[in-house]
Design a protein around this ligand. Structure first.
Ligand code: ADP
Ligand code: ZN
Ligand code: ZN
Length: 727
């Protein structure tokens, strides 16, 4: 038998698969098997992508694998990984690395295995030996039996308690005085639940019931189907997901539930655990290696049949998939930033197609892509018919402080009534930049063409693009002036202003500077939840799907800052951010209100968000996208060339443009980007209008052009990154 193996090497140029002869004793090898193969002078992990009876290579050139691992990736996932590699212009090795068990990947053999625990129990003969005198026992042996007299114990504990090692236990076992058992022990991830309304069963609302009926009907057709669950904030989408997953389980099928970063949204995962117990496995990067390994294995063996996790969970090794849920489908975290730059939402569609599963993408602010392509189910109102909070737009032009007078009034009311508020400002730090009042010098990053942000708590100026930091200057190095001006405000400064406004209520800050380390976000959210009153302030992290019923005020500061980005998704992002933050307010019986501060309160995205009018926003947005041939009416591919010195990167981009031979792909650029992390950058944008065949042709054309230029001598020192469906 011949196995076609894709070796997991980081080399981009290498195109497998390669043939290996499978010896008789490896007869279990099949598609998805993980092998250790000799490759040149190296040993690499490889994945079997196909089997054949014969090879085109002469038999003396065929070699055998060194070992076969005892894990096998499901065939369906091998196909999915290879598809993702093609689709996102990556290599088969990188595509396959996505579907491997945790810990295995390019250049890494899996280091973590099943944890087995040795447990000892005393036998009747052992008890007799302890009481009688006829059987002679060594000191350690007696100590071990003594310790076991009260009940079985693990070998590790015995070793600590009685000082006896494995050899003592083995000899006691050989004499029939103890019995030993080696069992698997699961490393169980701890989920930090945040004030979930524990376990109380709710009666579905008529709208939830109707959505569920539609999902179940699709499931029974056993045809792939894509549904958009468009439900306003607080309409009970999670309950629909929970019941849809239960419906899949009832039919003997399994479910994958994708959530934005688990650390930010621990509530959803906790609700699934609460409802399904051990049938749920969670997979995410914050777990320990052992925990991740065990969760993967429980899914692979079918012991767990519901997987909850962030984007990578779309590759969970479940069999007979019936449902994929994408919670908060508008969330940016579904796109992977490194190669392969896959979009879990597109991979989920593909996987649902492969297995005849139902895809349910849920959001209060769906993407235009999903609105256009998926069948829409609606949850038009909040549970218990609570109204959506009224949203007030206030102009901040010419205002003196960060907070508008109206906002301060509302915060005062929160303070005097001891209620809760959430305040969003999508900018970290104390102030945006620092300048010299005498000569106008601005402190810039030495590695990037951007200004440095002042962080007061750490006493540093920091670059938010490359991580460079330096100490805050006392005087201007150019003119010696000590009069330095701080411009603008970030969350750090806002926190201070809020503390003054709502004193003595506590203020909790949630952003990447204030909250670091495992479990810290969940802990902070828990503190805010259990405080009787207070303010949560932070970046977009505060606008995620949190469900705090006693929040009565939502505030967005500088709401149109995201509109000023030169990005065709700027309006979509701004709309979603404001509408999502508004959705955190007024979820409980006390009701709520929202204030949105903006330079231009008349902006379309803000007007629609204030009116809770997602449909109106989407139809306008789709019209605009159609007119300009932007997604979802086209496919985009972004190519960035970068180099240390200016010149070669622009030349490489120009040459790629020349080489893209696909008439249906329009190439925009080259256009220079700002220097970042010490690298000069130039961008090309490829626009392909048409179906998935056109898209695939464009991706191939780009790959060939980039590979061709990357191999040429003139491209030395130039790096290339290709992003299909850039966000
Ligand atoms: P969404 O994700 O749509 O914003 P959630 O799923 O967070 O909304 O639900 C909001 C709140 O409503 C939660 O506290 C949830 O427990 C509660 N809830 C959901 N469905 C019902 C129902 N049918 N009856 C009563 N309460 C419900
Ligand atoms: Zn100066
Ligand atoms: Zn920088």
């Amino acid at each position: 038998m011949i196995a076609k193996v894709e070796p997991l090497t980081p080399a981009r140029a290498l195109r497998g698969p390669f043939d290996y002869r499978i010896p008789g004793e490896m007869e279990e090898v099949d598609v998805g098997s993980m092998l250790v193969v000799p490759f040149g002078r190296r040993r690499l992990l490889g994945v079997v992508v196909d089997l054949a009876d014969e090879s085109e290579l002469p038999s003396e050139r065929l070699v055998e694998p060194l070992a076969a691992l005892d894990r096998r990736v499901p065939k369906e996932l091998v196909r999915l990984g290879l598809w993702a590699a093609e689709e996102y212009c990556s290599t088969p090795a990188r595509g396959l690395a996505l579907v491997l068990p945790p810990g295995a990947g390019i250049g890494a053999l899996p280091r973590v295995g099943i944890r087995r625990v040795l447990t000892a129990a005393i036998t009747d003969a052992g008890r007799a030996a302890l009481c009688g005198t006829r059987i002679r026992l060594g000191g350690r042996q007696r100590a071990a039996l003594d310790a076991l007299a009260d009940g079985p114990q693990t070998a590790t504990r015995l070793n600590r308690a009685a000082g006896c090692g494995h050899s003592t236990l083995r000899s006691l076992e050989a004499r029939g005085l103890v019995s030993l058992d080696q069992s698997e022990q699961r490393r169980r991830p701890a989920l930090a639940a945040v004030g979930a309304p524990a376990g109380r069963a709710v009666e579905p609302t008529p709208a939830q019931r109707a959505a569920l009926a539609a999902i179940e009907a699709r499931m029974d057709e056993r045809q792939p189907a894509g549904l958009l669950l468009h439900g306003v904030t607080g309409s009970g989408k999670t309950e629909v997901y929970l019941r849809a997953a239960a419906a899949a389980l009832e039919r003997g099928r399994s479910a994958i539930v994708l959530v934005p970063e688990i650390a930010l949204t621990p509530q959803t995962a906790a609700r699934f655990e609460e409802r399904f117990g051990d049938t749920v496995a969670v997979l995410h990067s914050r777990l320990g290696a052992g925990e991740r390994h065990d969760e993967w294995l429980r899914l692979r063996r079918g012991e767990a049949r519901v997987c909850v996790g962030p984007r990578s969970a779309v590759f969970a090794p479940v069999a007979d998939l019936g449902l994929i849920v994408i919670d908060e489908e508008h969330d940016a975290s579904y796109k992977q930033e490194g190669d392969p730059r896959y979009d879990a939402r597109r991979v989920a569609e593909r996987r649902a197609d492969q297995s005849g599963a139902v895809l349910v993408a849920g959001s209060a602010t769906p993407r235009p892509e999903s609105r256009l392509r998926l069948e829409r189910l609606t949850l038009p109102s909040r549970v218990d018919s609570r109204p959506l909070p009224p949203v007030e737009l206030v102009g901040s032009l010419g205002a003196t402080g960060v907070l508008h007078a109206r906002t301060l009034d509302a915060l005062n009311a929160i303070g005097s009534r001891a209620e809760k508020a959430i305040v969003l400002l999508n900018r970290r730090g104390w102030s945006n930049f620092l300048s010299c009042r005498s000569c106008g010098r601005v402190w810039d990053c030495p590695e990037c063409d951007v200004s440095l942000v002042l962080h007061r708590a750490s006493g540093r100026l920091a670059c938010h693009h490359c991580g460079h930091t330096e100490t805050v200057p006392g005087a201007c190095p150019d003119c010696g002036s000590v009069s330095l001006a701080r411009h603008g405000a970030g969350t750090e400064r806002l926190e201070r202003e809020l503390e003054r406004a709502v004193a003595p209520l506590p203020v909790f800050r949630l952003d990447a500077d204030a909250v670091t380390g495992r479990g810290a976000v969940a802990a902070l959210l828990r503190r805010f939840d259990s405080a009787p009153a207070g303010v949560l302030v932070g970046t977009q992290m505060v606008a995620k799907g949190h469900d705090f019923p006693d929040v009565t005020l939502g505030v967005v500061v500088d709401a149109d800052s995201t509109l000023r980005f030169p990005d065709f998704r700027a309006e979509e992002r701004t709309f979603a951010l404001v509408a999502q933050l508004a959705g955190r307010s007024g979820r409980g019986p006390r009701g709520g209100r929202v204030i949105v501060q903006a330079l231009d309160p008349g902006a379309r995205a803000l007007q629609h968000a204030a009116a809770h009018d997602a449909e109106g926003f989407l139809s306008g947005e789709l019209e605009r996208r159609r007119a300009l041939s932007y997604p979802p009416f086209s496919h985009l591919i972004r190519i960035v060339c970068s180099a240390r010195e200016a010149g070669p990167e622009a030349a490489a981009a120009a040459e790629i443009r020349e080489r893209i031979e696909e008439p249906r792909a329009m190439v925009l650029g080259p256009a220079p980007l700002f220097r970042r992390a010490g690298r000069e950058r130039t961008q090309l944008l490829v626009k392909a209008v048409g179906d998935s065949a056109v898209r695939a042709a464009a991706v191939r054309a780009v790959r060939d052009a980039v590979d061709g230029v990357a191999r040429s001598r003139s491209a030395r020192g130039v790096s290339f990154s290709v992003d299909v469906d850039p966000q």
